[in-house]
Ligand binder design. Structure first.
Ligand code: FE2
Length: 231
């Protein structure tokens, strides 16, 4: 199974602090049935240009790779790109994508999204050819008019939720209902550390298996793999 959102690389952002912690997170993901994990450290355009970020990310990845035990999940390099006004014209955005289809994980602001923001997402998807994935959309639902989601989906934008959305007693029903409707495309652990934000994505896959059935889960996983072009 695939984890589409994680902060497992050492020392790149507010996620894993060192290689030792990264190895623990990866081992937890492995035990939870994850065989492919997308490392998505935070990218803030105001802090650094993409090439500097990619360089830092690469160094962290190489440090980690040298210590990875046999049988660890495969790590793909991505980013969680914070939305800002003007994102659709950022030079070097390609460097922050992952998978063959230019997947771009975008973190939106915690408020009602402006028409400009929606227009920029549309431009990224329909004009620039990115496969935009909105990160942990469950956080933003209460701020948006319900019709926004339909519009965004019509632009080809994909939706990611965190595993906690499936794991929470109060949110599980909503998560499953959205999943059945095809309103959730991918799931991420969004793990940051072993203490208070460890990965718990295995439980959400288990919930899907129990409630939606084995076939549903295997189709979902197959679709997730096709997004990344991995076997
Ligand atoms: Fe994140």
């Amino acid at each position: 199974m695939i984890d589409f959102h994680s902060h497992i690389l050492p020392g790149v952002d507010d996620g894993s602090k060192d290689v030792k912690e990264s190895l623990r997170l990866i081992s937890m993901l492995r035990r939870q049935g994850v065989d492919v994990v997308v490392a998505t450290p935070h990218y803030y355009a105001g802090n650094e240009p993409p090439e500097i970020f990619v360089d830092r990310r690469q160094k962290a990845y190489e440090q980690l790779s040298a210590e990875l035990p046999e049988g660890s999940p495969r790590i793909l390099l991505g980013a969680e790109v914070e939305y800002y006004e003007g994102i659709s014209s950022l030079q070097g955005l390609d460097m922050l994508t992952f998978g063959a289809d230019k997947l771009l994980l975008v973190e939106m602001p915690m408020r009602k999204w402006s028409e400009l923001a929606i227009k920029e997402l549309k431009t990224l998807s329909c004009v620039k050819g990115y496969t935009v994935i909105l990160a942990h959309i469950e956080r933003y639902m209460r701020f948006q008019n319900p019709d926004v989601w339909k519009r965004l989906r019509s632009f080809g934008i994909l939706m990611q939720v965190n595993a906690s959305f499936f794991n929470g007693v109060l949110t599980r029903r909503k998560a499953l209902s959205m999943l059945y409707k095809g309103h959730i495309n991918v799931i991420g652990s969004d793990c940051h550390n072993v203490e208070n934000r460890p990965p718990a994505i295995g439980d959400s896959f288990e919930t899907i298996r129990l409630k939606a059935g084995e076939k549903f889960l295997s189709d979902f996983t197959e679709y997730n793999r096709s997004l990344l072009f991995v076997e």
